[in-house]
Write a protein that binds this ligand. Sequence first.
Ligand code: CTP
Ligand code: CA
Length: 228
Amino acid sequence: LVAFFAPKLLAGQRVLITAGPTFEAIDPVRGITNLSSGKMGFAVARAARQAGAEVTLVAGPVHLPTPRGVRRIDVRSARNMLQAVEGQAQNASIFIATAAVADWRPANAAEQKIKKDGSGEMPALAFVENPDILATVAQSERARAGQLYCVGFAAESENLLDHASAKRVRKGVPLLVGNIGPATFGQDDNALLLVDAQGHRELARASKAELGRQLVAEIARRLREAPA
Ligand code: CTP
Ligand code: CA
């Protein structure tokens, strides 16, 4: 009852979230992707919506139902994702980048399916770096003016605190959320490490749904303490 009458934590906020992997084409039938399930990002989207925000979710290829009341834009590649995000960021007050964006894409996707030519020779793949969606948004005028609060995620396989702290500074975001991967990919629970300019705090292992709610509360508190 108390929760029902309490003002919602993110009432009036417009939250933009990226989630899932991206898929980078090699040819029309093949590509490069990763094992991100999108579950953490979808859980954050659901929690933000339940906290009263207007939520737009830009999703790479995932197999998940859209949380109730959330607007969803499906994309495939990192460049598609950047384009969708740039189209929405103007209207957002919070940006949360949970997507596992492919760092590189094949330099020249073939227009037709690549065929074995019988010589036994392997096709050589050349790569180019994808745009950094989070860094691009974090450097935008609205983010730098404090009108768009940016949150990054990082899955690390070791030295979580060191890597997450360095990444927070490198990306230019006030809050970076670390987790130890890839063991958590596709799982229903996780443990998070929140790193900001003040220090760090752990959100103990729990379901992604619960961690989504806790993260929303942490973001709401930071916005209250340092209003845009
Ligand atoms: N990110 C992004 N666009 C990219 C790469 C990453 O928006 N091209 C975002 C992710 O959504 C995440 C954060 O940046 O919120 C950190 O992603 P991560 O892959 O951990 O960082 P990288 O800078 O790519 O560093 P590395 O993979 O080498 O650890
Ligand atoms: Ca990366």
